[in-house]
Design a binder for this molecule. Structure first.
Ligand code: HPA
Length: 236
């Protein structure tokens, strides 16, 4: 038990999917898991454990942003023994070659967050995905015939910028392809605590072209992305 999670030791599998939205966690558990069991509902930040293809698997909502994700991930690793953490989310597009519905595998995660920057003094730390998980996700996306891009994500602490796209021009010029709000903290924490982490996003809104996904496409894309994430998560 923790202040944010009333699950008991052993309630989570070693592999955990991390959507931001609690109702997406519920949907993932009820749609994909065999014998899903609710293990956490503190603050309605839902967590479930079940099996996928016969292997134990959990899903825990992370909430939005790096502070919220950091709390759940810290506790999943330190209290519940999680070893493989895969964020499944959506991102904005920062490069016209990334189309809505495309998968973005966050190979690295740049950030404006002091959660990461504050720890490294004069150094600019580069938060990275676990290479084995990244490679497995790329191979599975390829085998499934899905469009995907592996590259540098921006994990921003700010969704509504006072100055519109301020700062978002330099980043795409340096190869950053998408923006979300969690990956950099996930990767930094995973590195510090010696576990594996990956972020997989569906691009839902392109900040360059204004293109947006519709509700039906969103559901299909999420289904495809979650299937890949589950297959990667249970892989040894
Ligand atoms: N910004 C930040 N996070 C996001 C976005 C965005 O435009 N789209 C989906 N997640």
């Amino acid at each position: 038990m923790t202040p944010h999670n009333h699950a008991k030791a052993g309630d989570y599998a070693e592999a955990v999917l991390l959507p931001g939205d609690p109702l997406r966690a519920k949907w993932i558990a009820e749609t994909f898991f065999k014998n899903p069991k609710l293990v956490n509902s503190v603050r309605n930040c839902l967590g479930y454990t079940g099996t996928w293809k016969g292997k134990p698997i959990s899903v825990q909502a992370s909430g939005m942003g790096q502070p919220s994700l950091s709390i759940y991930v810290h506790e999943l690793i330190n209290t519940y023994g999680a070893k493989t953490l895969i964020r499944v989310g959506t991102c904005g597009g920062l490069n016209a070659k990334v189309k809505v519905r495309d998968l973005v595998l966050a190979q690295g995660a740049s950030t404006d967050s002091s959660i990461v920057k504050g720890r490294f003094g004069a150094f600019n730390y580069a938060p990275l995905a676990d290479f084995g998980l990244l490679r497995a996700a790329a191979e599975k996306a390829e085998a499934a015939g899905m469009r995907y891009h592996a590259g540098n994500m921006l994990s921003s602490d700010i969704f509504y910028h006072a100055n519109g796209m301020a700062g978002y021009d330099t980043l795409p010029q340096h190869g950053v392809i998408g923006v979300e709000m969690e990956a950099a903290a996930l990767y930094t924490l995973a590195a510090r605590l010696d576990v594996r982490a990956l972020t997989i996003c569906t691009m839902t809104d392109c900040l360059i072209t204004g293109e947006e996904i519709d509700a039906e496409q969103r559901q299909t894309s999420l289904r495809d992305m979650v299937t890949i994430a589950l297959d990667v998560a249970i892989q040894a």
